[in-house]
Design a protein around this ligand. Structure first.
Ligand code: NAD
Length: 498
């Protein structure tokens, strides 16, 4: 028996113009599978290019003639407030659906998913209402002012690891400034997405502002990104997909915001509070079943403390409670789908081939043949050039490296094609300040795991992304600045052709 249960829709379809789309005779269906039991719990109807076209046309109509881009900031903010409240009202149901589809333990979904999604609307409601233009009066003969206008129709794409917080971030940042959008979440986790978009409409969002289409990336995703009526693309997902999306969008010069993968260094310095560093390192790699872009998956430990720290980490990893994600006590649930589990497991074989030492885990938990569970795994690598140190594994898989001094730690940390976040554990101010300056990543967490400050920019260096979410970053991406200059005097004008 699980600790929580709500009804699950048998069928997931698109939502266009505020209405669920019916199922025609033609079209491709996929089972939606519970990763803990491997049992199907619904059917997804894939949106083909024609359905994507209908969704984009709805968003275009809402943008060209609908109330959303034209309404005053207070009115739009009031609808954001109502969306925030509605998400809270339906919180338990949405948390259940996100945990059911993703396999992320319900206790972690409760801490991070729906409350965060609701906050996205509260926060960006505030941002949209506070935003004002610029005025330039330095030239006394002219008044020049700058307004920010919505860009148009956005293609908003989200991954499966945290559907509600990540898809809501894409939507909130896009529509806050008067844009409309089509959301394409992951085909693996559609249940909470369908309810979320329904709830937006129940909360008073006008039809056409947020449309939902579902399906595989190369089918539904490609049709959306390449649609001529889409003006910009906001994408959260893997770096390889990000490259495909950017090149497709580039053919018609659509701007792209890309929030991509990571292989983040988690540096434990000998000056750290080691108890807190241990707690934080376990959260950094094992929360969300390790399926997080910002996972601290490369744990760099200083030689002087490495033996004891790694031993304690392994001991705690072995005690993690693996099981049904819908049970409150579970700490590690199943991975989201079978091929992903096999991919994560293949890195344990690779670790052995690369000469790394398997410290714990590396297989499926004994006695749990049903469900796509992987044991919390830790390996000790010889060298940062190994593939287990360079590639994003995206599972409960920690790779340890031992370093001599801070110079070496920083060199290893920065020796990566990714640069999303970096973690540092140290009580020494000089160490902290130097590391914060020299680490090449979009966010540095000092003595804390995973803290998102929405006011500040979030995004990646290098192949971890392009652009930033956050108050200013989102405003800049999702609006066009328009400069208006008006002379204040009848200045003498050149009289051509006289
Ligand atoms: P993914 O790249 O496979 O898929 C993301 C989305 O893109 C899905 O909706 C998918 O259907 C779609 N897609 C896939 N191929 C496509 C194509 N060819 N054309 C158009 N759309 C396509 O990623 P995923 O496996 O769902 O998620 C895991 C990845 O997401 C990891 O790499 C993780 O690091 C990254 N991620 C990044 C952030 C961030 O904020 N930087 C947050 C969460 C996850």
């Amino acid at each position: 028996m699980t600790d929580v249960a709500f009804d699950v829709r048998e069928r997931v379809t698109s939502i266009i113009d505020g209405e669920s789309v019916g199922v025609s005779r033609r079209g491709v269906d996929f089972p939606i599978v519970n990763p803990a039991s491997e049992e199907p719990n619904g059917v997804l109807r894939e949106a083909d290019a024609q359905e994507v076209d209908a969704a984009v046309r709805s968003a275009r109509k809402a943008f060209e003639t609908g109330p959303w881009p034209r309404m005053g900031a207070d009115e739009r903010k009031a609808i954001f407030r109502s969306m925030h409240e509605a998400l809270h009202r339906h919180r338990e149901e949405l948390e259940f659906l996100d945990s059911l589809n993703t396999g992320v333990p319900i206790s972690q979904v409760r801490a991070m998913h729906v409350a965060r999604a609701a906050y996205n609307f509260e926060f960006f409601g505030e941002v949209l209402s506070q935003e004002s233009g610029e005025v330039y009066t330095q030239n006394p003969n002219y008044l020049t002012y700058v307004t920010r206008e919505p860009v148009g129709v956005g293609a908003m794409m989200a991954p499966w690891n945290a559907p509600i917080p990540l898809a809501s971030m894409r939507v909130a940042t896009c529509i806050a400034f008067g844009n409309t959008c089509v959301l394409k979440p992951s085909e693996y986790t559609p249940h909470s997405m369908q309810r979320m978009v329904e709830i937006f409409h129940e909360a008073g969002l006008p039809p056409g502002v947020v449309n939902l289409v579902n399906g595989r990336g190369p089918v539904t995703g490609t049709a959306l990104v390449t649609h001529p009526e889409v003006d910009m693309v906001g994408f959260t997902g893997g770096s390889e997909t990000g490259k495909i999306i950017m090149s497709e969008a580039g053919k018609s010069l659509k701007p792209v915001l890309l929030e991509l993968g990571g292989k983040s260094a988690n540096i434990v310095h000998e000056s750290a509070d080691l108890d807190r560093a241990l707690d934080g390192s376990l959260i950094g790699i094992f929360s969300g079943n390790g399926q997080q872009c910002l996972a601290g998956s490369r744990i760099l430990v200083q030689k002087s403390i490495a033996g004891e720290f790694i031993e304690r980490f392994v001991e705690r990893s072995r005690k993690l409670r693996i099981g049904d994600p819908l049970k409150a006590e579970t700490e590690i649930g199943p991975l989201c789908y079978e091929n992903h589990m096999n991919r994560v497991l293949s890195y344990a074989d690779l670790a052995r081939e690369e000469g790394a030492k398997l410290l714990t885990g590396g297989g499926r938990p004994e006695g749990m043949e049903q469900g796509w569970f992987v044991e919390p795994t830790a390996v000790l690598a010889d060298d940062n050039s190994a593939r287990i140190c360079q590639e994003e594994i995206f599972g409960p898989f920690a790779t340890f490296l031992v370093y001599e001094d801070l110079d070496e730690a920083l060199r290893i940390a920065n020796d990566s094609e990714f640069g999303l976040v970096a973690y540092l554990w140290s009580q020494d101010l000089n160490v902290t300040m130097r590391a914060a300056r020299e680490l090449r990543a979009g966010t540095i967490w000092v003595n804390t795991p995973i803290y998102r400050e929405l006011r500040a920019p979030f995004g990646g260096y290098k192949q971890s992304g392009i652009g930033r979410d956050g108050a200013r970053g989102s405003l800049e991406f999702f609006t066009e600045p328009k400069t208006v200059s008006i002379p204040l005097t009848d200045f003498p004008m050149l009289k051509m052709g006289k």
